[in-house]
Structure formats: C-alpha cells, structure tokens
Design a protein around this ligand. Structure first.
Ligand code: UTP
Length: 227
C-alpha cells in the first residue's frame, strides 16, 4: 500500500468561501482513500495565520514568536478537518511526527499542523515523507498547478505539467519569513530532492483532482520529478 502525505494550505481549507461545504467533502474523500493508501494530512494556516503574523510584526514580535502563533493556527485549522472526519477535533491533531506516523493505519486519516519555528507546513509534510518513506507528497494548493509566475498576478504565466526539483528550487524563495507564501517551502524542496520523493501539485479545491493525486493517478496539475 502506498504511503501518501498531503500538504493542504490554509488558503485551501479556509479561504472564506463555502468552507464548511468544502471541508465536509474533503473529509469524505480522505476517509474513502484512507482504505487504499496510508494517509497523513498536514494543514496550513492560511489567512488567519497571516493576520496573526501581521499583527505580531506590528507589535514587535520576533520571528520565533510569530511562527509559534502561526503554528497554533495551523493546528486549529487541522482541528476543523479532524472534526469533519469524525475525530476528536483539536485533541486528535498530532503535534509530533513520530507519534503521527506510529498512529497511522488503514482506514485512518492522521492529521497534523505545524511543528516548530523556521519553516512552513510544506516542510513538515516533507519531513514526515522522509521519515515515513512515503511514495509521494501531494501539495493541495490554491492554484491548479505550478506556473512560471503567480498566475493570479500574471495572466501570461506558463503552466508546467512536469518540472524537475532543480527547476522548482529556482521558483521558490530562499530565506524563511513568517507567512511568506510560495508554491512549496524551500526546506521542503531540499528534503524532496535529498530523499527523491515524488511531489505533485494540484488544486486542493478540486476534490476529484485531489483524489486522483492521492491515488497516484493522472492529474491536471504538476508532477515534480525529484531527480
Ligand atoms: P503555512 O504552512 O500555513 O504557510 O504556515 P503558508 O505557505 O503561508 O501556507 P498556506 O497559506 O496555509 O497555504 C504558516 C506559518 O506558520 C509558521 C511559519 O511562520 C509559516 O509561514 N510555521 C508553520 C512554522 O513556523 N512552523 C511550522 O512547522 C509550520
């Protein structure tokens, strides 16, 4: 059975657009596919984390302090997904990678948020994938695929169906800044490269596409070749 790690952005979970309807259908598909793959889902912070980050910066908070606030937000978002899946909400959200892996089994969706300061939940997904020897990471994004530029800001941006990990590393930023958004986090990229883990980027709001990505089927998004 394949081992799959899903990194789902907060901007996909709670953008403020029919969020409960979306989270319900997401929960249902995750439960379904957890009978076909070992599944761990890592939730991001989205606009709520960004809000805390902005206020924290205005109040003179350090990067570590702001990261710690944002980590709590990622866990709260994860708590919503856990609730929808039938878990014990926030209490079912794992905070430790080892524990999360040990508790993963057929028919169960293990859920995490962030872990420690200095990276995003994409890196957490990559760390779990490394430790768990996962077959692939699915990045459930708020765009359809990886583009040469932000497709929301630049309509001329080229969509990539396939890209190498080296090409991806030229697109992502280098230095960690709380809540700086990018298609995948730079630490995540380096882990994917080091461990040669397949990475796919799909639109997380497209449930059918997300399901295909988790099951390793053909997708409309981007396949990142780790070699
Ligand atoms: P996210 O993973 O949500 O970042 O973490 P993001 O790229 O903004 O993703 P979206 O918008 O959800 O798609 C938000 C912030 O939380 C802190 C970092 O500051 C990160 O930028 N964080 C998160 C950590 O410090 N450590 C973690 O393990 C996770």
């Amino acid at each position: 059975m394949d081992r799959v790690i899903v990194s789902i952005g907060g901007s996909v979970l709670i953008p403020g657009k029919e969020d409960s309807t979306y989270i319900k259908s997401l929960a249902s598909v995750l439960k379904e596919v957890s009978n076909e793959v070992y599944l761990i889902v890592v939730c991001g912070g989205g606009q709520v984390a960004r809000y805390y980050s902005d206020i924290g910066k205005n109040l003179g908070g350090s990067i570590k302090q702001i990261d710690e606030l944002c980590i709590e937000v990622t866990r709260i978002n994860a708590g919503l997904l856990s609730m929808a899946i039938g878990g014990d909400g926030l209490k079912s959200v794992h905070t430790d990678i080892e524990n999360c892996i040990n508790m993963t089994s057929v028919g169960k969706v293990s859920i995490m948020g962030g872990t420690e300061s200095g990276h995003t939940t994409d890196a957490v997904a990559a760390m779990i994938a490394k430790r768990y020897k996962a077959n692939r990471i699915v990045n459930a994004s708020n765009v359809n695929a990886i583009y040469s530029d932000d497709p929301k800001k630049n309509p001329e941006a080229t969509k990539y169906s396939k890209i190498t990990i080296d090409e991806l590393s030229t697109i992502v930023y280098n230095k960690h800044v709380p809540c700086k958004s990018s298609v995948f986090d730079p630490l995540g990229v380096s882990i994917v490269k080091e461990c040669k883990i397949d990475l796919v980027v799909v639109n997380g709001r497209n449930i059918k596409e997300l399901k295909n990505a988790i099951l390793g089927k053909e997708i409309e998004g981007t396949y990142v070749n780790p070699c």
